[in-house]
Unconditional design. Structure first.
Ligand code: 5GP
Length: 195
């Protein structure tokens, strides 16, 4: 997505070779016009998948996921990061490693928000090692729903997450795919245009 790539090049900064900070438009201040475009783009891409709900991971996935849910006219589920196990039959949890903090949390979903008829689109801000997205998929499936697709705003394609999700058989669509990241230069994967 051209507009997103331009924002990354203009406002992104790279504190270490594997982390991109986009606080200017996504993670601290939110560019609402960009979010609207992101929502429309995901909705357009997944429009034939009969999406019944969008799910995301708190908190940075919420802005793009909400715009996508609005564009699709469906509800949004926010999967929560809990620090403790919850002992309840209605609550599902999957232990997940945080990329940014290098600690573990329990990604949590209340069963009541997913039924066996649900086709869920998962949206997140970043894809790195794939832990967050694969845990989100696992939770939806444990609750009885189907994962219809995964929408990622920024994929760091040089990290293993994309291959992991592809190998698990998920339909992944990333709006910006970064092939190289360094404090001096950010490069994107070339898009294939099939005529
Ligand atoms: P993964 O679970 O794929 O290893 O990492 C994805 C999660 O970690 C995302 O939900 C995102 O919040 C965070 N994350 C991963 N890489 C980055 C990054 O380069 N910048 C920021 N701001 N967050 C990241």
């Amino acid at each position: 997505m051209k507009l997103l790539e331009e924002k990354i090049l203009k406002y992104g900064n790279v504190p270490t070779e594997d982390v991109l900070k986009v606080d200017y438009f996504l993670n601290h201040q939110v560019d609402t016009v960009l979010m609207q475009e992101i929502g429309k783009e995901f909705a357009e891409h997944f429009k034939y998948k009969n999406i019944t709900k969008v799910a995301t991971i708190e908190s940075s996935g919420i802005a793009p996921a909400l715009m996508t849910a609005i564009a699709l006219g469906v509800e949004l589920i926010i999967l929560k990061k809990q620090s403790d196990k919850v002992l309840s039959e209605d609550i599902l949890q999957v232990k997940t490693k945080s990329f940014t903090k290098n600690t573990y949390y329990d990604l949590t979903l209340s069963k009541k928000y997913i039924s066996t008829d649900d086709n869920v689109l998962i949206i997140d801000d970043f894809l790195a090692n794939g832990a967050a997205a694969s845990s989100a998929c696992k939770l939806i499936e444990m609750a009885g729903g189907t994962v219809a697709g995964i929408g990622i705003v920024i994929e760091k394609s040089f990290q293993p997450g994309r291959e992991l999700l592809d190998n698990l058989g998920f339909d992944v669509y990333s709006l910006a795919r970064i092939s190289k990241l360094s404090p001096e230069k950010i490069e994107f994967l070339e898009e294939l245009h099939i005529c």
